[in-house]
Design a protein. Sequence first.
Length: 89
Amino acid sequence: MKQNKTHKLVCKEFKETGTCRYKDECKYLHIIDVDDDVLCMICRKEYEEKVVADCGHTFCLKCAFTEYQKSDLCYKCKINTYGRFKPVF
C-alpha cells in the first residue's frame, strides 16, 4: 500500500538567509525555525525585551545592540538595519 506524503521539504535558502530568490513560486516551505518564535537567534535563549529589525528578524534588545555595534547588518540575513529595532509586545 502506497503512503501519500503530506509534508513538504523546507527551502534551504530561506532557512539559512531568510530570503528566497523564487519567492512565492518556490515549491518548498518558507520556515526558518520553530524555535525562532521563542529563542533569540544570537544568544539562543528566551527573548529578553524582544525587538524586530526592519528585515523582520527578531532578537533580544541587548543582543541586537551588541551586534549593531559590530556591524550595521542584520545578524541573520545581512541586510542593513540602520540601527532600527522596534519593540515586540
